[in-house]
Design a protein around this ligand. Structure first.
Ligand SMILES: [Zn+2]
Length: 483
């Protein structure tokens, strides 16, 4: 079946770069784009009007955790200083043996919510860098039914993080458990890669650079090579991690990963904020940024999450100028890729004290073409003949300024995930007029809310100081809840 999207601003790929066509066309047949650019006059079975809209390649979100927003909330506006620049450790380090995994229906509800929330906000390729464990058949079935495009596998590590009763972070090494989890991940890739009509793809996830022993990182990278899939790890994500790697190996996380052969063109590094030269590291030696560029690794930049934690990359522009492939992810909530583009652009300017940094062109490229290199996909992140029909229609008439000269600049300046009108993945319309077409949204959100509320209720049981959520994250004003 041939579908013609007509009348909008079309972001087409000309083989070298994106270009924007006024009142252009995108035509796709089944799951593939057959025309993108100037107005098309040929036959079509279906027409979609894109008047007043930007017709954009779908975004590749390089940092999605399929765990729901429960833990992420514990990162928001931490009013207490036990946070210690520790990023995920503030909530992912429970008292040992006190945290129980959620029941399977809750896992499924949260995964559904994550996939659909990402989709509605402009993500057409979801890179799942780790979430709730278990029921992998159910995971694959969900990807199949929802129509989303996902890269993932269960994350592995051999050092779990815990707090002791005094609130001291401990790393509990269990080499056999790590090996078992890597085997589980390899099994997942073997079972599910290219399932869901090719929309579910395997990639490996070494959880965090410091929660894996060198041996496990090497084994993970070897397995990824053997399976011919990409690999991700969190590195340069927080100062505890940076200092631990410095203490253990006498080098920065990036130098360490390069030296063990982990960094190459099929590697995605989550965050990579704390590298040599970042002012917080007080470590000016070496050139981690150039190392990333030389090895061809992709940096998954999550600007808004880091801004919430008073941290930022030094800097988006510096990494780009050094030749690093930078991609964009959301990591936490909202999974609003349009918001991320604005944060990436503005933070680049503020960090460098340079209004010429963080150009709209560069952040748009990062969210599209930037995510394709480590995936080795030249049929994603662009609209051109032969590309996958992963397409967004974004309502430009709803932007803050109805009058604009350049739709891309207007989008970066004022766009939000709420402006995403239509989402097409693999030629299937999954969001229409801002609403999901395949599921009952209210039901998905109700189940996710319920699962998240339940999770929050468990926090005092596993948190080292027994604090409840309202103590960890005090409400903005006193909250008078109805019983
Ligand atoms: Zn993450």
């Amino acid at each position: 079946m041939r579908t013609h999207i007509e009348g909008g601003w079309v972001v087409a790929f000309n083989g070298r770069s994106h270009e924007v066509h006024e009142r252009g066309s995108v035509v796709f047949e089944d799951d593939q784009v057959v025309h993108a650019g100037a107005a098309y006059a040929g036959p079509a079975d279906t027409r979609i009007s894109a008047a007043g809209k930007l017709v954009s390649p779908g975004f590749i979100n390089t940092h999605v955790h399929t765990a729901g927003p429960g833990g992420d909330y514990l990162l928001l506006d931490m009013a207490r200083n036990d946070y210690r620049t520790s990023n995920y450790m503030s909530f992912a380090a429970p008292l040992k043996g006190k945290m129980t995994p959620p029941p399977p229906p809750a896992v499924a509800a949260l995964r559904t919510f994550v996939f659909l929330h990402a989709l509605r906000n402009g993500t057409t390729t979801i890179i799942d860098v780790g979430g709730l464990r278990g029921d992998w058949d159910g995971y694959a079935k969900l990807v199949d039914e929802l129509g989303v495009r996902v890269y993932g596998s269960p994350p592995f590590r051999d050092r779990d993080t815990y707090m002791d009763p005094q609130g001291r972070l401990t790393y509990d090494e269990d080499v056999a458990a790590g090996r078992g989890r890597l085997e589980e991940a390899v099994g997942f890739v073997k079972s599910f890669d290219k399932s869901a009509q090719g929309r579910l793809r395997g990639m490996l996830n070494a959880a965090q650079v410091e929660t894996c022993t060198e041996r496990l990182l090497r084994a993970g990278k070897d397995a990824a090579r053997e399976l011919d899939v990409p690999i991700h790890t969190h590195a340069g994500g927080n100062m505890i991690e940076f200092q631990r790697i410095m203490g253990e190996y006498g080098k920065t996380p990036m130098r360490f990963l390069a030296d063990i052969g982990f960094l190459d063109e099929r590697t995605l590094i989550g965050h990579g904020v704390f590298t040599a030269g970042h002012p917080w590291t007080a470590y000016p030696f070496g050139d981690d940024v150039r190392l990333l560029a030389e090895r061809g690794a992709t940096l998954g930049h999550c600007p808004y999450k880091y801004a919430k934690m008073a941290m930022t990359l030094h800097s988006f522009q510096r990494y780009l100028d050094a030749g690093v492939t930078v991609a964009i992810g959301t990591d936490t909530y909202p999974m609003d890729m349009l918001g991320e583009l604005r944060w990436a652009s503005i933070l680049a300017k503020v960090t460098d004290g340079n209004y010429q940094a963080g150009q709209p062109r560069d952040v748009f490229n990062a969210a599209t073409l930037g995510g394709c290199r480590f995936l080795r996909r030249d049929d994603l992140g662009r609209l051109a003949p032969g590309a996958k029909a992963d397409i967004l229609l974004i309502d430009l008439d709803r932007l803050g300024s109805l009058v604009y000269a350049d739709p891309i600049k207007a989008l970066i300046d004022a766009g939000s995930g709420r402006d995403v009108h239509t989402v097409i993945v693999d030629g299937k319309v999954l969001v229409q007029d801002g609403r999901l077409t395949r599921v009952d949204e209210a039901e998905v959100y109700a189940k996710a809310r319920e699962a998240t509320r339940h999770y929050w209720g468990t926090v005092p049981r596993w948190r080292w100081d027994g604090a409840d959520v309202e103590r960890i994250i005090p409400p903005a004003f006193p909250l008078r809840r109805r019983q």
